[in-house]
Write a protein that binds this ligand. Structure first.
Ligand code: NDP
Length: 475
């Protein structure tokens, strides 16, 4: 695999073209973001308010039965003061700190100490040492892909404890939810601050660092592209996958256990949320090698956005449906449940197939079949900072001929299904679809801006061939 990649890169380098004008326009792809006032304002807003937003959602469930308006009304009418709400909020406890430290240490251990064995017996699964994409400085990083294994070991231990050993209650996560929030925040801020200092003083690869000159922007969006400790501990791969995404399914299981404890049953809505989100999580780990080619790993630098986001935003806000269902055990009628399941599975199918088509197309360099036909594509080229010219292809058939980001459309359909599983009584579970729509639309625009500066006029030819972003004929 490595020898093949080396050969491919060497062949591509033969096509080196040092035209300075092209280099000036395309050589800075992946790092050409200038800090305009809107980006700066958004960053300051998020740095100040994102932790409060997370707190507000979790607090409104704990103190106001998940009503998003009642806390505000209480405050505005003088019925309650901020101090009343704060005084009723559980503080950081030694128990939560111990649980969280043990959890993160265990995930670090699984990540760095147990090389992947799943790829040796699971047909079709790609694990073990894999290569990422070429970075703007022209580097190809190697990754130990063992997330599926970490997920399986963690969940086997969870079920073994719940059914046999009973060392702790499966409701442990729900029972310590707010104290754990403080621990997650401490880790999120610590890792983002460490990443910033590391970027200045001991970067893993100095050529792949980005300094915009704006402290807040650099803190939020990151300086280093792929910060690492030692050869294998990759910050991006670790923090996004574990503790964030491994935790996602455990958190949902803990919420289901709490429903059982409180009401003597697990509702069909809770089962739907657990199953649909479980499929999404399992899909992530099954395709972890593919994840190396996504925007998070290929283009985003590691700062607060990924560091704090993975530790706090993801585990707390992506699991709001399960949390809501602990307070409101919604029982769906059969038609509603089937509708939610169908939408969730259809969304998942579109999401997976669209991602699969691009992955297959890129892996085989276009020598494959998409929907039974040879794929159509546009040839394009770009340059890395050292002036090396590379060639690539943008597919214009299959789902990629319908819209430029139909994978996001599938993702949004799945996200809507999670929300609809919670019924229509409260707004809180719908935060997820609102957030995902903003996230993926913004991501789509951000990605297209980057692709445009990477591919120049070839990108224009592509957007002319596939004119819509998310919804064919509409947007
Ligand atoms: P994509 O997988 O869509 O990757 C975009 C990149 O693919 C582009 O930068 C470009 O990279 C390449 N590309 C674009 N168009 C084409 C084409 N027509 N043919 C071939 N290659 C093309 O984006 P993401 O990495 O953002 O998303 C991956 C998945 O993860 C999505 O399904 C998304 O829904 C999901 N996701 C989920 C999130 C969540 O929080 N739940 C958050 C973010 C993503 P290149 O430079 O190589 O040409």
């Amino acid at each position: 695999m490595a020898a093949h990649q080396e050969k491919k890169l060497a062949e591509e380098r033969k096509h080196q073209n040092m035209q300075n004008d092209t280099k000036a326009s395309q050589g800075q792809w992946g790092r050409a973001w200038e800090v305009d006032w809107f980006s700066l304002a958004s960053i300051l807003f998020l740095l100040m308010f994102a932790p409060l937003i997370v707190y507000y959602f979790i607090m409104s469930c704990a103190q106001y039965q998940c009503s998003l308006t009642d806390p505000l009304l209480d405050l505005l009418t003088g019925n309650k003061h901020l101090s009343d709400i704060w005084n009723r909020t559980p503080m950081l406890t030694y128990r939560a700190a111990a649980i969280y430290s043990l959890w993160v240490t265990f995930q670090v251990f699984l990540y760095v100490s147990i090389p992947d064995f799943c790829h040796k017996f699971l047909p079709g699964y790609v694990g073990g040492v894999q290569e990422g994409a070429v970075t703007p400085a022209g580097i190809v990083n190697k990754y130990e892909i063992n997330g599926l294994q970490a997920w399986i070991i963690t969940h086997v231990l969870w079920f073994a404890n719940a059914s046999c050993f009973h060392f702790f209650s499966p409701t442990i996560i729900f029972d310590n939810w707010i104290p754990l929030l403080w621990c997650a925040n401490i880790l999120g801020y610590a890792v983002s601050t460490f990443a910033m200092i590391k970027g200045y003083f001991f970067p893993t690869n100095a050529k792949d660092c980005k300094f915009t000159g704006n402290f807040f922007y650099d803190y939020m969006m990151g300086i280093e592209f792929n910060p690492r400790i030692g050869k294998w501990f990759d910050f991006k791969l670790f923090f996004n996958g574990r503790p964030g995404i491994v935790a996602w399914t455990l958190i949902n299981l803990s919420f289901a256990a709490k429903q059982q404890e409180l009401y003597g049953e697990v509702t069909n809505s809770m089962i739907l949320v657990n199953v649909l989100q479980g499929i999404y999580v399992l899909d992530f780990f099954w395709n972890e090698a593919w994840y190396l080619k996504t925007i998070d790993i290929c283009h985003d630098h590691f700062g607060w956005y990924l560091g704090w986001g993975d530790c706090v935003w993801l585990p707390y806000l992506y699991t709001l449906q399960g949390l809501y269902l602990v307070y409101h055990p919604v029982r769906l009628c059969t038609a509603h449940a089937i509708g939610v399941l169908t939408l969730g599975l259809l969304g998942y199918y579109i999401f997976r197939m669209t991602n699969h088509q691009k992955d297959l197309f890129r892996r085989t360099n276009g020598n494959c079949r998409i929907w039974g036909k040879k794929p159509e594509y546009i040839e394009c080229s770009y340059m890395s900072v050292d002036g090396t010219k590379y060639y690539s292809k943008l597919m214009t058939s299959g789902f990629w001929g319908w819209a430029r980001h139909f994978n996001y459309t599938g993702d949004l359909m799945g996200s809507l299904a999670y929300c609809l599983a919670c019924g229509f009584e409260h707004m809180l579970p719908y935060f997820y679809i609102v957030y995902m729509t903003i996230l993926l639309t913004h991501r789509c625009i951000r990605d297209e801006h980057r692709c445009s500066s990477k591919y120049g006029k070839d990108w224009k030819r592509y957007t002319a061939a596939v004119p819509y972003r998310l919804l064919p004929g509409m947007f």
